[in-house]
Design a protein around this ligand. Structure first.
Ligand SMILES: C[S@@+](CC[C@H](N)C(=O)[O-])C[C@H]1O[C@@H](n2cnc3c(N)ncnc32)[C@H](O)[C@@H]1O
Length: 315
């Protein structure tokens, strides 16, 4: 990730009207990676345990749905791999069952990839692993360069960070760069009541608030900004009807902030939207796949039906 790109994205996001935005992919500097690992361990953040239940206890169902031939080498490409704790169960099972594959974790955070590689080298010493740093939107265009069959992992509700239009575009581009028969594991958080969803983005310990505010610290450090984090607060919101959780940073007063020599005014209570987390059901997913060559092959849910990993196929 270049600093120029970061600056352009921040400046254009804060110039947007009426709703200022900052892209959520910039949460993940070293501190952000650490905070996200803490979030995944919070009791309120049901998403990790629910998807872990699938990867740990339904590994065989996952592998069978891939329908891979053990004699043909394939690529297992994970988009936004993070610390890969859930994937570890799948990787161990695939190695044990003597599948021939290379694991290619992709992440915007080099720090996350370094930690992941170190951990996997210890846990599964003979696993062929080829980490790739970058924005997964850009890396999609390079997928077709290799002719090996592919399984794409896009789990952890990563797609939930995209608006429906962007998710549809992402899936369209992904389909364009895959070959018929390639599979996708898409991990999505399912639509449910706000009593369950909201605490996941507003924990009592304040870790999510710290994760959100850390973005301002990152802008200060890397883009010569002067945000005073005391003047902003974490403000989460969930629209139960539409299934959208959103995180905002709310200005506590009228103020002006400078970033790389440019000035931005904030009114009291004005918000910056820093993250969306879309909740899914079959209808929403099928709408997003509507214009693509991708269809649903199978759906695996956790024991409490909170989360789903859909197995999709490129036709
Ligand atoms: C919500 S975490 C999920 C991690 C992991 N997939 C899991 O399920 O636990 C998101 C991860 O995606 C990475 N990420 C976010 N936006 C990205 C982008 N546009 N391109 C590449 N990686 C991205 C972050 O650095 C982070 O490691």
């Amino acid at each position: 990730m270049s600093i120029e790109q970061f600056k352009d994205d921040v400046i254009s996001g804060l110039r947007q009207s009426p709703q200022k935005t900052l892209p959520s992919k910039y949460f993940y500097d070293k501190k952000g990676d650490e905070l996200f690992v803490q979030i995944m361990h919070m009791p309120e953040y049901y998403l990790t345990n629910a998807e872990m239940d699938i990867f740990e206890n339904k590994t065989q169902e996952l592998i069978e749905s891939f329908g891979m031939d053990k004699t043909i080498p394939f690529e297992l490409i994970e988009l936004g791999a993070g610390d890969g704790t859930k994937t570890l169960h799948l990787l161990e099972a695939l190695v044990k069952e003597k599948y021939r594959f290379t694991y290619i974790p992709v992440d915007i955070s080099q720090n996350a990839l370094d930690g992941l590689q170190k951990n996997l080298t210890q846990q599964i010493p003979h696993l062929p692993i080829l980490p790739q740093q970058g924005d997964y939107f850009k890396i999609l265009n390079e997928l077709h360069k290799s002719e090996a069959p592919k399984i794409i992992l896009f789990i952890g509700s990563n797609i939930g960070n995209l608006t429906d239009d962007k998710a549809a575009l992402f899936m369209y581009k992904l389909g364009e760069n895959l070959t018929p028969g390639d599979k996708i594991v898409l991990g999505v958080d399912l639509m449910k009541s706000k009593e369950i969803v909201l605490p996941a983005y507003n924990d009592e310990g304040g870790i999510t608030a710290e994760f959100n505010l850390n973005l301002l610290d990152r802008i200060n450090t890397e883009l010569d900004g002067d945000f005073d984090r005391k003047n902003f607060e974490h403000a989460p919101f969930y629209d139960e009807e539409e299934g959208f959780a959103k995180s905002y940073l709310k200005s506590k007063k009228n103020q002006s902030v400078s970033i790389s020599g440019q000035h931005f005014n904030f009114k009291k209570d004005e918000t910056i939207c820093t993250e969306i987390s879309r909740k899914y059901n079959d209808t929403i997913l099928n709408r997003i796949l509507g214009e693509t060559d991708i269809t649903v092959l199978h759906k695996i849910v956790d024991s409490e039906s909170l989360f789903a990993d859909y197995i999709l196929v490129r036709n």
